[in-house]
Design a protein. Structure first.
Length: 152
């Protein structure tokens, strides 16, 4: 196990992300892990679209939810995990692009409840991006629950 607390946090988040098979199904990857901030990316593919050819809102909500939860996790001590208890998402424009990036930032860390804001950016392939969704999420801290696996 690494001695650096930042590296331990990143390792814990990465290990948990790898166990979340749904993110693999979406083709998502963990792009950034910092204390209070996590970025998850998913590239466009036809299998993620809705009837009009845009990436489905469920994909955007899923990567935003996961990014927010992991951002909250980065603020928790070892042995604790988090579960989302509420989120609201605003879909601001059709999800059209080559890459979708959910950038989550904790705005209020807490021992029991942590709140994050997540922006989902649609990039066009040349580095230009547009905000296509914004989520606000609340997560609760989880400890001493044998039915919820906590890595690290």
């Amino acid at each position: 196990m690494p001695d650096d607390p930042g590296q331990m946090m990143e390792t814990r988040v990465q290990a948990s992300f790898e166990r979340m098979r749904f993110m693999a199904t979406l083709g998502a990857r963990l792009a950034t892990v910092e204390r209070g901030r996590v970025v998850i990316e998913v590239p466009f593919r036809q299998g993620l679209t809705q009837q009009h050819g845009f990436v489905h809102a469920g994909v955007l909500a899923s990567i935003a939810d996961s990014a927010g939860g992991y951002a909250a996790l980065t603020t928790m001590p070892a042995g604790r995990s988090v579960l989302a208890v509420e989120f609201k998402i605003n879909l601001l424009r059709p999800a059209k692009g080559a890459l979708f990036r959910a950038d989550a930032k904790v705005i209020k860390p807490g021992r029991t409840l942590t709140v994050a804001e997540i922006d989902v950016i649609a990039e066009d392939g040349s580095g230009n991006g547009k905000l296509c969704a914004r989520m606000q999420q609340t997560c609760m801290a989880v400890a001493d629950r044998p039915d919820i696996a906590v890595a690290g």
